[in-house]
Design a protein around this ligand. Structure first.
Ligand SMILES: Nc1ncnc2c1ncn2[C@@H]1O[C@H](COP(=O)(O)OP(=O)(O)OP(=O)(O)O)[C@@H](O)[C@H]1O
Ligand SMILES: Nc1ccn([C@H]2C[C@H](O)[C@@H](COP(=O)(O)O)O2)c(=O)n1
Ligand SMILES: [Mg+2]
Length: 235
């Protein structure tokens, strides 16, 4: 059973990034919707474990996905699964795909979906939680289709942090966490990949009425105040 939360629709930001203007993404028509999992009358814990509540968290490099996920976890208790972190763990654990993943990340490209979806599936299955933030995934239509095929479900909602390119570049170059892809050449490539491959995914979920577009400018706390009502309404 699905419930519509109509009061949230004004929260969708009306600002447009340069990239979105370029591709003519009609994101302002975003609809906000629903949850099926947080109403105890609608299913027991085991039902929820089999059919978890999934939020995809999207946005360009440095748009603040990881930062906002940390705040959502602290306030609302979802489990944060960062696709990038899962891939970086594969590199450091010397897995058979480690060197391929390392080279792909260095080049600012996208790792084959088969690899990433397998890591996400395992992380979901081994978690005690039934509500997830999947950060930085899907990065392409190929990622999206592979996830939906393997997991057998669509996400419940999708957050998109909309941030100007100049601000994203500034944040990435100041990040200082020793990431191999935090350099100007890789960032330029990641921005290109974002526009070419990730924006179609965002557009797809916008058309399906699943997208919350969040203005990703301002302080971390200001941005979180735009995110908070999305999850508060699902409680
Ligand atoms: N609102 C903000 N204002 C200024 N700096 C910010 C803001 N939000 C995050 N940052 C900083 O910008 C950098 C990038 O943020 P974050 O890692 O959350 O982005 P991301 O979207 O996860 O990027 P990536 O896709 O590269 O993983 C970090 O150093 C973070 O501390
Ligand atoms: N779905 C994904 C997510 C990430 N990657 C690779 C390529 C990214 O540039 C890199 C870092 O990800 P981030 O931490 O910025 O989310 O990881 C990918 O190939 N596919
Ligand atoms: Mg991140």
């Amino acid at each position: 059973m699905w419930r519509r939360v109509a009061s949230l629709s004004p929260l969708v930001s009306s600002s447009k990034s340069r990239i979105l203007n370029q591709v003519g993404c009609g994101l302002n028509a975003c609809q906000v919707f629903t949850t099926r999992v947080l109403n105890p009358a609608e299913g027991g814990v085991s039902d929820r474990r089999r059919n978890p509540f999934v939020t995809f968290v999207l946005g360009g490099p440095g748009s603040g996905k990881g930062t906002q996920c940390t705040k959502i976890v602290e306030t609302f208790g979802l489990t944060h699964l960062s696709a990038g972190d899962l891939l970086r763990k594969e590199i450091s654990s010397n897995s058979e795909n480690g060197s391929m993943i390392l080279n792909t990340i260095k080049e600012g490209k996208i790792v084959p979906s088969e690899v990433t979806v397998k890591l996400i599936k395992k992380a979901i299955e081994t978690s005690e939680n039934d509500r997830f933030l999947i950060d930085g995934f899907p990065r392409s239509e190929e990622n999206r289709i592979a996830y939906e095929r393997v997991i057998g479900a669509e996400p419940d909602i999708v957050l998109f942090f909309d941030c100007p390119e100049q601000e994203m570049v500034k944040r990435v170059l100041n990040r200082n966490q020793g990431r191999i892809d935090d350099n100007i050449d890789t960032v330029k490539e990641r921005l290109k990949v974002f526009a070419e491959l990730n924006l179609p995914v965002i557009k797809h979920y916008s058309k399906k009425g699943k997208l919350y577009k969040i203005d990703g400018t301002g302080s971390e706390d200001e941005i979180f105040e735009r995110v908070r009502p999305v999850f508060a309404a699902l409680r």
